[in-house]
Design a protein around this ligand. Structure first.
Ligand code: LLP
Length: 467
C-alpha cells in the first residue's frame, strides 16, 4: 500500500513544496484521503502551483477569489477506490453512497453517480440536487432527524429509501398513506464511542440521531403492523473525521445483531448501512487509515458477525462524505492587509474566511496552506492567517509557517472539499465563492460566484419603508 512520507515535525517545515504529493502518490492504490493535496498537484517551471493541469494563480486571475478548485481526477479516483475496495473485499452485494452534506452540488453528484456511487441526502434541497444530477431514486437514501412531511412525501413520491431516524418519521410515513410500501431503513444509535470533536460524534448513546437501542423491540413491533412500511435494512453512523479503525470494527457486530433480530421478527431486511466517518489529512500530524484499510475492517467485521449470527450476507452500504470529496479541493485566496502586534503576532488577512470555511471557528480545525505564486519560497515567518469578517475568531490558520507574504499573493488552503462550500454562509453579506472543476488543463465553473443581486434577492422592503 502506498503511504505518503510527510515529515510530521512542524519545525522542519521549509517551503510550500513539502506539501506536494510525494512519489507514493503515483501508485494506483495511493489513498487520496492520506495526502494534503490532490494527487496530481505539481509545481510548474514558473514556481507556481498547478492542479489538474491548471495554473492556480492564473485561475485566480480568471475566476477571482476566493476560489474553490476541485480536482476531478482526484475525486474520481477516490470514488473508484471506495467502490472497488468494497466490491473486491465483500462477498455480497454492495453500494457506496456519497454523504452529499459534505458538498452538495450537481457537478459533484453527477461525477459520483458516473462512478457508480449512490447518494445520501438529508433535506429536500440535497434530494433535488441529487435528482437534478441524474442520480436514480433507487440509489438515493433520505436521512435526517427532523424531516418535514414535505421532504418525506417528495422522497416517497420519487421512490427513494427513507432512513427512519425516530418515531416522528414512522408516524409521518404512515400518515402519508403511501399507495405501495415504502422502503425504510431504521437508524439505530449503536453506543460506540470514538475520538473526534464532540460536535461530530453521533454514535454515542446521548445523541439526537437514531432510535435508542432500548426501543428496538418496540419499533419492530410497530413496523411489523404497518403495511405501508417495508423495513429493508438497518443503519448506524458513529461520527466523522475518525482515525481509529476499532470503532468500525466493533460496529459490524452491533449492526448485524439487530439485523438478525429484525429478520427473526419477519422483517424483510436485506441491507446494512455502516455510515461514513473515515478521516482525512488536514495537517502533517493527521494520519488517517487508507480507504482500503477502512473498507477492509468494515467488511471483515460485518462478514464475521454474519457468520456468528448465521445470517446471509446483506447488501452492504457505506456512506463516506469527507473522505470522498475533502482532499480533492483547495481554496485560493488573495492576501490583503497585514498587521504586526509588536512582540506578539503577525497577522495577514485574506479575502475570505469563516463565510467560505466555517470549520476553524466552529471546531478549531487546523489547515495548511501554500503560496501558489512562489512555491519554493522559504518558510521564514510564523503568521496568523485571518479572514476578512468582523469577528476576532475569524482566523483561517493560527500561527502558520509561511514565507513573508505580499499583498496579492495567492494563498491556497489545502483539503477544503468537505464541509466548506456546503457550510458556507453570507456572514457580513460576503458573496459565496465560485467553484472550478479542473481536469487535464481544462477549467469549468461548477458553482458560479454569488453577485450583489444574489445577496439582495430575498430582501423585501415593506411599502411604508420605501423612499
Ligand atoms: N452518514 C451520516 C448519517 C452522517 O451523519 C454523516 C456525517 C456521514 C454519513 C458522513 O460522514 P463523513 O464521512 O463525512 O465523516 N460539519 C462537520 C462534519 C459533520 C458530519 C455530519 N455527518 C465537519 O465539518 O467536520
Amino acid at each position: 500500500m502506498a503511504t505518503p512520507t510527510l515529515d510530521k515535525d512542524v519545525s522542519r517545515q521549509t517551503s510550500s513544496l513539502q506539501y506536494l504529493p510525494d512519489a507514493s502518490a503515483r501508485a494506483d492504490d495511493a489513498s487520496p484521503n492520506q495526502f494534503l493535496m490532490p494527487l496530481n498537484a505539481k509545481v510548474s517551471d514558473r514556481d507556481t502551483l498547478e492542479i489538474g493541469g491548471c495554473d492556480v494563480p492564473e485561475l485566480v486571475k480568471k475566476f477571482g477569489s476566493p476560489l474553490y478548485i476541485l480536482d476531478e481526477q482526484n475525486l474520481r479516483k477516490t470514488c473508484q477506490q471506495y467502490r472497488n475496495a468494497l466490491s473486491n473485499l465483500y462477498g455480497g452485494e454492495s453500494l457506496v453512497i456519497y454523504a452529499s452534506k459534505a458538498w452538495s452540488c450537481t457537478a459533484i453528484c453527477a461525477i459520483a453517480h458516473s462512478e457508480g456511487i449512490g447518494m445520501d441526502v438529508v433535506s429536500g434541497g440535497e434530494l433535488h440536487t441529487a435528482l437534478q444530477a441524474g442520480v436514480p431514486s433507487e440509489k438515493i437514501y433520505l436521512h435526517g432527524n427532523n424531516k418535514s412531511v414535505e421532504e418525506l412525501a417528495l422522497a416517497v413520491e420519487k421512490g427513494c429509501t427513507i432512513i427512519a431516524d425516530n418515531w416522528f418519521d414512522l408516524h409521518n410515513l404512515v400518515g402519508l398513506k403511501p399507495a405501495s410500501p415504502v422502503r425504510v431503513m431504521l437508524r439505530l444509535t449503536p453506543g460506540i464511542e470514538c475520538h473526534t470533536h464532540e460536535y461530530i460524534r453521533t454514535g454515542h448513546i446521548d445523541s439526537k440521531f437514531g432510535f435508542d437501542p432500548t426501543q428496538v423491540e418496540e419499533v419492530f413491533d410497530f413496523v411489523t403492523q404497518q403495511d405501508c412500511i417495508s423495513v429493508i435494512g438497518i443503519h448506524a453512523h458513529i461520527g466523522s473525521q475518525i482515525f481509529e479503525l476499532q470503532p468500525h470494527g466493533d460496529l459490524g457486530d452491533v449492526l448485524v445483531s439487530w439485523f438478525k433480530k429484525a429478520q427473526d421478527r419477519g422483517l424483510p431486511v436485506a441491507e446494512l448501512n455502516v455510515g461514513g466517518g473515515l478521516g482525512i489529512r488536514y495537517t502533517e500530524q493527521d494520519d488517517p487509515p487508507s480507504i482500503h484499510e477502512w473498507i477492509e475492517v468494515v467488511t471483515r467485521s460485518v462478514t464475521a458477525a454474519c457468520e456468528k449470527y448465521q445470517v446471509a450476507l446483506p447488501k452492504l452500504i457505506c456512506e463516506p462524505g469527507r473522505s470522498l470529496v475533502g482532499s480533492s479541493c483547495v481554496t485560493a485566496y488573495k492576501v490583503g492587509s497585514k498587521k504586526t502586534v509588536p512582540g506578539i503576532r503577525n497577522y495577514i488577512s485574506v479575502d475570505g474566511g469563516m463565510s467560505d470555511n466555517p470549520r476553524p471557528i466552529t471546531y478549531q480545525s487546523l489547515y495548511r496552506s501554500v503560496v501558489a505564486n512562489r512555491m519554493s519560497a522559504t518558510f521564514s515567518e510564523t503568521v496568523t492567517v485571518a479572514g476578512k469578517h468582523c469577528e476576532s475568531g475569524d482566523v483561517v490558520i493560527p500561527d502558520a509557517k509561511l514565507p513573508p507574504l505580499e499583498t496579492d499573493d495567492v494563498l491556497v488552503v489545502l483539503a477544503t472539499g468537505a464541509y466548506n462550500a456546503s457550510m458556507a454562509s453570507n456572514y457580513n453579506r460576503v458573496p459565496r465563492p465560485a467553484a472550478i472543476l479542473v481536469n487535464d488543463g481544462e477549467a469549468n465553473v461548477i458553482l458560479r460566484r454569488e453577485t450583489t443581486e444574489d445577496l439582495l434577492r430575498g430582501d423585501c422592503l415593506p411599502t411604508r419603508l420605501q423612499g
